[in-house]
Design a protein around this ligand. Sequence first.
Ligand code: GLP
Length: 266
Amino acid sequence: MRVIVERDLDGVSRTAAQFVATLVRRKPTCVLGLATGSTPLGMYAELVRLHREERLDFSRVVTFNLDEYVGLDASHPQSYRTFMQRNLFDHLNIDHRNTHVPDGRALDFDVYCERYERMIRDEGGVDLQVLGIGTDGHIAFNEPGSSLGSRTRLKTLTNETIRDNARFFGSEADVPRLAITMGVGTILESRQCLLLASGEHKAKAIRDTVEGPVTAQVTASALQLHRDVITVVDEEAGRLLERRSYYREVEQAQTLLRSGRFGQAQ
Ligand code: GLP
């Protein structure tokens, strides 16, 4: 796992946006896996800026979001569809038909979840999956104890997640108890993962994810089994990483390699 420690959330957002933008330029028909939450907001703002100022073209990009609350209509102010429209899709030249967010009001969830998986496969799979992380180490809504082979399905949210997300709803009682979410197995099939975290409250989850054992109790730790994961954190979220100085050395060596000056540094 590659670990990049930035000074603050601004740095995380810019670096993350560069990874996405590089892919979109290299493969204009790429499939992006997208996440909600406060962490990727700065990255989305930077992508909007790159679209406006540098004509980053999303016209042929396809997106799949990780999850959605069950029971919320797409037009609900707190639905993840609304979040994506407001913070990203409405500001890009993306084709609405190419943007997919799970339907929290599906009539038959088993059938719908299978269909969501099939849609991802039919588009050729996710090229780059953006991920945030819950304070309990979950990715998407794969709460502790989720199977590391799980597929898109319904998941009951933990009290910790409900508490964490109550800030968007006004009160804990208003947070839906169920969500439809890509599974850990679904996420692991994407070609590359970009895990973002910011703030002291994410430090333990990040340490457990990067340096702890692979365990269903911290579903993000399954990313250790993936061959191409880039974790971008700020100083605070990376505070508990024991090998952080090594991660910095790796990045410095990579920079030297790219500039062709590696031999001189030895
Ligand atoms: C929710 C989402 C996750 C997200 C997490 C962290 O649980 N389902 O995908 O990673 O929140 O959100 P934030 O970035 O606001 O801390």
